[in-house]
Design a protein around this ligand. Structure first.
Ligand code: G3P
Ligand code: CA
Length: 242
């Protein structure tokens, strides 16, 4: 399974419709994207906490309302060919993706778990009839617990950074996750087999060279995140499409 990381972010500005359209054109199986809340509680697509790197504005994402977010240029930093590219609103992205491609939505940012944010996210996904076409993930496992408390069925992928194996396996089972998303440095022979025995998939981030893809494919992972979703087919890496 080839997952376009922030869309096809090697060839178009990350987390924009250009990167998502390119991912579909390059035949990715899934698109990964990051979401955050605007000041007025709308979910938008953005990786960094700050707008500086991709929009050239020295402010945190959470201080701008949606109306201001819509005026930003999220493409020029990458290349002038993409100037005027908008910050996607999750609602619009779900409409676009429906019947086209599944989404791994990574929840970023600081969220008040006592508020309405998680509920509004689940409602938006459900309103679009996309509950079976999304995989929700986060490095913040408290957010994933809140997701699971509100929805017993929505697919969850546990994002792991430095945590020990015993800890992330325990959490994944607790969350009834369908997949565990591991950084490439944690990948070892035998690990996918062990996770498969617990009925979960193993996805690895972020592989941008053929060598890394080959190494991880050889230990039996189910898929990987990459900025270059056509690299395996270009170079004829024998990955199984699912
Ligand atoms: O979900 C895998 C990967 O996207 C996590 O890292 O920093 O690119 O969001 P990051
Ligand atoms: Ca991400």
């Amino acid at each position: 399974m080839i997952i376009a990381h922030r869309g096809a972010s090697g060839v178009a500005p990350e987390n924009t419709f250009s990167a998502f359209e390119k991912a579909v054109a390059l035949k990715a199986n899934m698109i990964e994207l990051d979401i955050q809340l605007t000041r007025d509680g709308h979910w938008i697509v953005m990786h960094d906490d700050s707008l500086k790197r991709t929009c050239g504005v020295r402010k945190p994402v959470r201080v701008l309302p949606l109306s201001k977010m819509k005026t930003l240029d999220a493409g020029s930093w990458f290349s002038k060919d993409f100037s005027g590219e908008k910050v996607p609103v999750l609602d619009d992205l779900l409409s676009w993706a429906k019947n086209k491609i599944s989404l791994n939505i990574e929840i970023k940012g600081k969220i008040n778990l006592k508020g309405k944010a998680v509920g509004s996210l689940l409602k938006t996904i459900s309103d679009h009839g996309m509950k079976k076409e999304v995989l929700l993930s986060s490095f913040n496992w408290n957010i994933l617990r809140a997701v699971r408390n509100l929805d017993r069925n929505i697919p969850i992928g546990l994002l792991v950074n430095r945590e020990l194996r015993s800890r992330y396996i325990k959490e994944a089972l607790h969350l009834e996750a369908v997949s565990i998303h591991l950084p490439k440095h944690k990948m070892r022979k035998g690990l996918p087999e062990m996770i498969h025995a617990l009925k979960m998939r193993v996805l690895v981030y972020t592989l941008n060279s053929l060598e890394e893809m080959e190494r991880c494919a050889s230990v039996g992972i189910d898929g990987f995140f990459t900025n270059y979703p056509d690299l395996p087919t270009q170079k004829k890496l024998p990955v199984k499409k699912v």
